[in-house]
Ligand binder design. Sequence first.
Ligand SMILES: [Zn+2]
Length: 286
Amino acid sequence: MESTRLSERLHEHLAAASTLPAEVQPAWLQGTLEVVGKFFYGFSVPSTWRLVDIQRFDQEKMLVCHWGSTSEQAACVACHTISHRRKKTSLVRRLQDLPASGLTLYHAVKANRYVYEHSECSIDTFTEQFAEIADPDDRLTQRLKDFIDQQGLDASANALARSPRPIGVRVSRETILRLIKARGAVAVQQNLARQDVRVLSVDDIHLRKGQPSTACSVFIDAETHRPLVMVQGATQVVAEKVMRQYPGVEMVSRDRGLAYFLALTGFVITSTNSRAIRYPTDQSQT
Ligand SMILES: [Zn+2]
């Protein structure tokens, strides 16, 4: 892969146009690169990072920012104890960030390694993490993941895997799905076992029209109209399992599914009740 380095460009420029004595040129070069790094990323990478070089791959439409870390301490990933004992070795971590000028952007940072002498922890050496911008050992920055998430909510993962390319985001369909599912799981976790759901509305839908094998049950907080959870299957067992998560439910509004009718024994059946709050039936599924 052919690339151009910012340091080489600056070096050429110095050689051709500068009257700076040769012995101070390396320091000037390093200082200039640090200024460039601070200028562009002062607010968005850890303050301990110093830009060492930027490499541009024209064919691949890719930028790699090379950083050094000047950290003097780091917290252990396992026990969060701070260590000040830096090892001589480092480990290059590569993080994809939001694209710059339509080019895919990677940060390659030499992460320092730290060692413990007296610790209860089973780990005795570890690589510093950059919690400000990324999850432990992740290869995507938090803000890139937020961006993907946001896009993923508006488009299908298939469309998304194709569409961010022009602006420089390079992630597979699988990565997008994994991210969205992970966030979704957190939302489901929060929606499950809620004490404040009083009126539950359930409906069964087929994800593919007319295919009972794709049946799903949708549970909605009928008072707030907030979807709570959608689970695979529309059987009594499924319904019972989910309903057990909502101990505060006083009333259930159901749709036509017989399974639910059976599962609702013990709940107030409200389909004939004028107080029933029915979730509007999707016209597309019959
Ligand atoms: Zn530890």
